[in-house]
Design a protein around this ligand. Structure first.
Ligand code: SF4
Length: 317
């Protein structure tokens, strides 16, 4: 990939967290040396269990958090040097729970126009027209402009959230679990809407999800995150056909449950997800890995190069 639209270079995000009354504070590396590139027009999937660091990665890309080390480039410019307002025009979020992310006391029109007001985009007189246009784009009837979130269905609320993101005409939309709060019957509508909008508006998506079916449906490339690191990155079709990291294999096996829409509740790995404050030494996956050997307990595995990256001493063939 020559010049990715978004480039994450060896980014780490560390928080100081309390570990109990008498034990003081310790470092938690929510993101630990992540390197990724997202090409223009691509849907890039980021998957992993709850607490793996994918939402922190989203906040870093959105500029809501700053990396502890490393850098994030947008159009080859470090995001740290881009004014917050300018970055917000270009990179917008769609969050998981549309009900929680929409102000219940504001009308649909007011919610959708909020970014224009906050970032003082265009003339105020133009805002109603822009709201009407973007409502049409996301399939919201004009009569809903004066409605409130509690008068809408779950799918309509998520369309409002998408419209609010798109009214800024961003290049990149960071979708953090965009359908996991929705009924299964509505999920496909929203995912297909996002795909249509990508084609129509030339958008680039970073799609964060614990639901592998969603990522398989949407993304052209996918990265698998475990304890703050990318353990495998690959074209989606290759990853689903022949995963190379044992953790990816376990995630795919977990989809073969009677309720795949519930995501990744069980990885069939037996041992619980490790405490990120005290990650295991060596390969952090080794306590759960059926293929672990002595070196795995001592030495972090290097990442391979190329189109299919994997961090494992003994990748699956
Ligand atoms: Fe398993 Fe070892 Fe590979 Fe880690 S490095 S995933 S423990 S085989």
């Amino acid at each position: 990939m020559e010049h990715p639209l978004i480039q994450i270079r060896d980014v780490t995000k560390t928080y100081r967290v309390g570990t109990g009354l008498l034990r003081g504070k310790r470092d938690l590396k929510a993101v630990n040396g992540v390197t990724l590139g997202v090409a223009k027009g691509e849907v890039f999937g980021l998957v992993g269990e709850s607490g793996c660091g994918k939402t922190t990665a989203a906040k870093l890309i959105l500029g809501l958090e700053q990396p502890t080390s490393g850098e994030i480039l947008y159009h080859q410019r470090p995001t740290a040097s881009i004014p917050r307002r300018e970055l917000a025009r270009c990179v917008q979020p769609v969050f998981q729970d549309p009900y929680a992310s929409l102000n219940p006391r504001k009308s649909v029109a007011s919610i959708i126009s909020l970014p224009l007001r906050v970032h003082r985009v265009g003339a105020k007189a133009e805002w109603p027209q822009r709201v009407a246009e973007i409502m049409a784009v996301v399939g919201l009837p004009p009569r809903l402009a004066g409605s409130y979130p509690n008068q809408l269905s779950g799918g309509q609320r998520q369309r409002v959230a998408v419209a609010r993101a798109l009214i800024m005409h961003p290049d990149v939309v960071v979708c953090d679990e965009p359908t996991s709060a929705l009924d299964v019957s509505v999920q496909a509508q929203i995912l297909n809407l996002l795909l249509d909008l990508r084609a129509e508006l030339g958008l680039t998506y970073l799609l964060i999800s614990h639901n592998l079916s969603v990522v398989e449906h949407m993304a052209s490339r996918v990265a698998v995150m475990y304890l703050g690191r990318i353990v495998e990155e690959s074209p989606t079709a290759d990853l689903f056909r022949s995963p190379r990291h044992p953790y990816t294999r376990a995630l795919l096996d977990s989809v073969l449950t009677p309720e795949p829409e519930k995501g990744l509740p069980e990885t069939h790995l037996g041992i619980a997800y490790p405490n990120p404050i005290a990650p295991p030494p060596g390969c952090t996956f080794h306590p759960r890995c059926p293929h672990a050997r002595e070196i795995c307990r001592r030495q972090p595995p290097p990442a391979t190069d190329g189109d299919r990256r994997v961090e494992c001493h003994f990748p699956l063939q």
